[in-house]
Design a protein around this ligand. Structure first.
Ligand code: ATP
Ligand code: MG
Length: 427
């Protein structure tokens, strides 16, 4: 029996991978403009890192981690998200000591979660994310939100909306927590087992429950916004003011609580409201996590970031019918007629490639007609035809495929002939 791809994973094949490359190039360019630098951390980390940073009451830690013991008896986990490793690296490499703060980092790479696979939900997926560590200026919150939105907008998405909330500081959260405990405790037996244990450990996470979202107590649950202290309220007001200053529309949704334990103050999500996108509408999630660096053993350092998956981004593009301008054309196909021409084509192809062109030739001994068919299939802009007879005269035939125009060109000037035409935008 043949072996198949593991559930919840996908091959990204040529023809499709160009989209990924395009998106990743756009993301990199936006990071360059916002001055975020790339960081690459390992695919696996010590399991303890995620227990401490993602938090024991989250779905990720409770149900979704790919954890194993390695041959040396260490507890290892394939990373389920990016923030923990970035913060670990920030602390380990003492980036808090760098003269320029905040430290602004981005990552792009595979994450692993043992989930029930469905549209927009994979077991291996690629997250692009940024983290800004070392400033609690609300303008940084808005910078991070702008960066995420800019990626979606640059790629052409229109049907997206930004939803924000504040989770407040420690004091505000504690007051809210007490109110939630009071609100839910009398009827907690009507909730799922997860929520029953959340009531004690972290009642705010009940609000994020997917099973109990329609319970009547969810509708009138105490709003965090009524429990923000002065500092938290002022902070949230500044974030909203800056968003208005840079013309970003938003909704405030007090029920937005991110899954991870370490968030405080600003929390945000970017959702798609494109028709046909399906049940999963969250494209991007992020927020502030001022306690996390200390939790990982570093000095008290504020931080904020977001993560989004390329898979859901592509699904959103699809839902809005957006085709990315990816090119799969090649510049030149070298076709040959005769044995001598076939031998000579090896060096001609090499010269054209050295000049920076994308070039293909036949390696299957095909007839000239079949070679032209291949050139068509590859969408070659030019076909260079080498025939034994022409080679005796040191010339080749160059056919421009879009116009059908043909020219006899001296072999010595072939490279410049084609590069000139391409740079003039002819094809
Ligand atoms: P959800 O509520 O959909 O499970 P989450 O809260 O687990 O999302 P985060 O951990 O905040 O998601 O991850 C940030 C982003 O990563 C999500 O908004 C989504 O775009 C993407 N994402 C999360 N899990 C998956 C997955 N299994 N497959 C594809 N993308 C994912
Ligand atoms: Mg999840």
């Amino acid at each position: 029996m043949s072996i198949q791809i593991p559930r919840g994973t996908q091959d990204i094949l040529p023809g499709n991978v160009e989209k990924w490359q395009y998106i990743e190039a756009v993301a990199r360019d936006i990071c360059r403009r916002y001055n975020y630098k790339e960081i690459r951390t390992p695919i696996f980390e010590h399991t303890d890192l995620f227990l401490r940073s993602v938090g024991e009451t989250t779905d990720i830690v409770q149900k979704e981690m790919y954890s194993f013991e390695d041959r040396g008896g260490r507890n290892i986990t394939l990373r389920p998200e990016g923030t923990a490793a970035v913060v670990r690296s920030f602390v380990e490499n003492k980036m808090f000591g760098n003269p320029t703060q905040p430290t602004k980092l981005y990552y792009n790479g595979p994450m692993f979660r043992y989930e029930r696979p469905q549209a927009g939900r994979y077991r291996q997926f690629v997250q692009f994310g940024v983290e800004a560590l070392g400033s609690d200026d609300p303008a940084v919150d808005v910078e991070v939100i702008s960066l995420a939105l800019e990626l979606y907008r640059t790629l052409g998405l229109k049907k997206i909306k930004l939803v924000i909330n504040s989770l407040g500081d420690y004091e505000s959260r504690r007051a809210h927590r007490d109110a939630l405990t009071k609100h839910f405790s009398s009827s907690i037996s009507e909730f799922c087992m997860d929520c029953q244990s959340r009531l004690e450990k972290n009642p705010m996470r009940i609000l994020d429950c997917k099973k109990d979202r329609d319970h009547k107590l969810m509708k009138n649950s105490p709003s965090i916004l009524d429990y923000l202290n002065d500092y938290s309220k002022t902070y949230f007001d500044s974030v909203q003011q800056y968003l208005k200053d840079v013309d970003i529309e938003f909704e405030v949704d007090p029920s937005l609580v991110r899954g991870l334990d370490y968030y405080n103050h600003t929390a945000f999500e970017i959702m798609s409201d494109a028709e046909g996108f399906g049940a999963i509408t969250t494209l991007c999630g992020g927020g502030r996590y001022n306690g996390l660096v200390e939790e990982i053993g570093g000095p008290n350092t504020p931080g904020i970031g977001f993560a989004l998956s390329i898979e859901r981004l592509i699904a959103a593009l699809h839902a809005e019918g957006i085709e990315l301008p990816v090119e799969s054309m090649i510049d030149c196909y070298v076709a040959t007629l005769g044995d001598l021409a076939n031998q000579k084509s090896v060096s001609i192809v090499s010269q054209l490639r050295k000049a920076g062109l994308s070039v293909e030739k036949d390696y299957q001994g095909k007839k000239i007609k079949a070679q032209f068919k291949t050139a068509d299939r590859l969408q070659a802009k030019y076909v260079v035809v080498l025939g034994d007879e022409e080679l005796n005269r040191d010339v080749v035939n160059v056919k421009e495929m879009s116009s059908g125009e043909q020219n006899e060109v001296a072999i010595d000037s072939l490279v410049s002939h084609i590069t000139d035409k391409l740079s003039r935008g002819e094809m």
